[in-house]
Design a binder for this molecule. Structure first.
Ligand SMILES: NC(=O)c1ccc[n+]([C@@H]2O[C@H](COP(=O)([O-])OP(=O)(O)OC[C@H]3O[C@@H](n4cnc5c(N)ncnc54)[C@H](OP(=O)(O)O)[C@@H]3O)[C@@H](O)[C@H]2O)c1
Length: 286
């Protein structure tokens, strides 16, 4: 299949590009990085021309402004990049009868539930990043019936710059660690998510999916597991509440997601602890 992949230089995009390349013709694009087409997707004409020129049979739309605090400080830019650019692709794909897969986030939910969110639960975002991703979801679902919405959460990827690396680096530097104990979600390994997406696009079963590693933990429990499995079992981590960790974007308090739709197709990600062990093994071997 000829697949146009946006956000191809990002954490999930670079993994997906690698996995798909074995079976598909991947047309990679991003606003930066080592990709075939460098493009700002907020420009409608450029996005439309790229789709015209490359004639993809499927678009995997991962590109986003993922700096949640930046989104809180500049909500209009968040809406433009995550919402309006997605609406452009929704219109372009619908006009040309091309299916689209959009990667969204646990942050579309408000965190007020006490059970994992299912695919049919109603989004109610509480911060500008979550709102911009929900806007993107709606733009796609309202305009292009041939869509997959894939929500995921707390991605950890090789290449640095995420929670796992931050916790390990702080422990290695002997810095005191304070981590929030009352924010809960599903840590998810990008390699597992990429494999799940690669399977999902073979099904042509359009709809909404929650693709996360199984099991929910607090940030504190996740940090504890990272250190315990990385040789820092003796390093203490102070538990703090979410309100003690001041930041521009407050995430939902409880936003684990249940993968019901994916499981019914045989698409399930392993438990997050196993995924973390595999991630750490791969980091050690690199
Ligand atoms: N990371 C998470 O924990 C998480 C959790 C749930 C869902 N998601 C979703 O999963 C997807 C992939 O996330 P990720 O963590 O792999 O993100 P990422 O590493 O930030 O990759 C996103 C890519 O999109 C690019 N981009 C930004 N603005 C663009 C524009 N106007 N035109 C074209 N490309 C643009 C980014 O460039 P710059 O780096 O220059 O901005 C970046 O290379 C996103 O849709 C995100 O919302 C992520």
């Amino acid at each position: 299949m000829r697949i146009l992949l946006t956000g191809a230089a990002g954490k999930l995009g670079s993994q997906l590009r690698q996995q798909l390349a074995e079976r598909h013709d991947v047309i990679d694009t991003d606003i930066v990085g080592d990709v075939r087409h460098v493009l700002d997707l907020t420009n409608y004409a450029d996005a439309r021309d790229l789709v015209r020129r490359t004639s993809p049979e499927l678009i995997l739309h991962l590109a986003a402004w993922t700096d949640v605090n930046g989104c809180a400080l500049d909500p209009n830019k968040a809406l433009l990049v995550n919402g309006v650019a997605t609406a452009h692709l929704a219109a372009i794909t619908s006009q040309r009868n091309i299916p689209i897969l959009y990667v969204s986030s646990n942050e579309v939910f408000d965190g007020a539930k006490d059970q994992p969110y299912t695919e049919v639960d109603r989004p109610n975002p509480i911060n500008p990043y979550g709102y911009s991703k929900w806007y993107g979801e709606r733009a796609i679902t309202e305009v292009n019936p041939q869509h997959y919405i894939v929500r995921s959460a707390w991605l950890f990827a090789h290449g640095g710059g995420n929670f796992v690396h931050a916790i390990r680096s702080a422990a290695a530097a002997g810095k005191p660690l304070r981590v929030v104990s009352n924010e809960v979600a599903n840590p998810t390994y990008t390699d597992d998510l990429a494999a799940a997406i690669a399977k999902l696009i073979e099904t042509e079963r359009f709809g909404s999916y929650h693709l996360v590693n199984q099991g929910a933990v607090s940030r504190w429990q996740f940090a504890r597991a990272i250190l315990d499995k990385s040789g820092y079992a003796d390093t203490p981590i102070a538990r703090i509440s979410r309100h003690e960790w001041q930041r521009p974007s407050l995430p939902p308090e409880y936003s684990p997601m249940a993968n019901i739709a994916g499981r019914s197709l045989g698409i399930e990600l392993r438990p997050w602890g196993e995924a973390l062990r595999a991630f750490l093994r791969a980091e050690a071997a690199a």
